[in-house]
Design a binder for this molecule. Structure first.
Ligand SMILES: [Zn+2]
Ligand SMILES: [Zn+2]
Length: 286
């Protein structure tokens, strides 16, 4: 029935645990899945052991965030070696930088007379990499606003008085980290940006695929992405970007389930082959 290569668990911003996701995928009869949490590998061990137990092909993945000028660029990494020292260091460093930023925003709020402590925000993050959503939820809990949306609007928006700029990570850096961890780098939802000129330079430094099949992409967009993939010899991946069903968050979006968008098993085989080549190359280099 194909493979869903883009799923989030509750280790980043999804609703279901890694084990729950694996079990659902098995029940649905999918041939393989990948869990690709934002900037974390914390769910992979659990997913790997559950998928071994119940017999489902599992591809360890991640979705790393980066930015270019004014837009966000997300890059997926497939068959990632989640024990890679460089990767673990990178993720730890990232978390530290996020904490520093959150602390700065807390200080700005405090200076304006708002009674908020960093520890409250940290508690709200439940170990996730800390960011504005956790600050927003804390402000709601403290009673300063009655919704997360309002918290963003009043206290946390980009051009607001308390805002602190994020530390910028460029996509080149992210691709290098993925290659070092033997992961196949694939550009997630390429049409989230109006401009696609940034793809060609990324191919030069090691981008190997783009996500062609994605919930919001109609036939026209898919065809456009197929053309780009073929032009640069890129692997065409796809997945649901499933986060879970929270009607409060997703009320306006058609609910999508695990496996609603899949690619065929050939794609998984190609990704596997590429990852194996990376491993061999690393061994020669090392
Ligand atoms: Zn994304
Ligand atoms: Zn995603």
């Amino acid at each position: 029935m194909g493979a869903d290569l883009h799923i989030h668990s509750n280790e980043s911003d999804g609703i279901l645990s890694p084990s729950e996701i694996v079990k659902i995928a098995k029940k649905l009869g999918l041939s393989a899945i990948s869990i690709t949490d934002h900037d974390t590998i914390n769910g992979l061990d659990e997913a790997i052991s559950t998928s071994k137990k119940i017999g489902l092909d599992f591809i360890p993945g991640i979705e790393l965030s980066s930015e270019s000028e004014d837009w966000d660029i997300h890059i997926l990494g497939y068959f990632i070696d989640h024990n890679s020292k460089e990767l673990r260091e990178y993720l730890k460093n990232l978390q530290n930088k996020r904490e520093i930023r959150a602390k700065k925003i807390v200080n700005n709020l405090k200076n304006a007379g708002i009674k908020i402590e960093f520890e409250q925000v940290a508690r709200e993050s439940h170990g996730e990499s800390i960011g504005r959503p956790h600050l927003a939820r804390t402000l709601v809990k403290l009673g300063y606003v009655d919704s997360v949306q309002k918290a963003f609007h009043v206290f946390l928006k980009r051009d607001g008085p308390y805002y602190v700029k994020k530390y910028t990570i460029y996509p080149d850096e992210v691709i290098k980290i993925l290659l070092k961890a033997n992961a196949v780098p694939v550009l997630a939802h390429p049409l989230s940006n109006s401009n696609i000129d940034f793809i060609a330079p990324l191919v030069k430094i090691g981008l190997m695929g783009i996500e062609v099949y994605y919930p919001r992409y109609n036939r026209f967009k898919i065809n456009k992405l197929i053309e780009i993939a073929d032009r640069y010899g890129l692997i065409k991946t796809g997945g649901t970007d499933f986060h879970g069903s929270d009607p409060k968050i997703n009320s306006k979006i058609r609910y999508i389930n695990i496996g609603d968008i899949t690619v065929n098993d050939k794609v998984v085989k190609i990704l596997y082959k590429k990852a194996k080549e990376l491993r061999k190359f690393q061994k020669i280099e090392g």
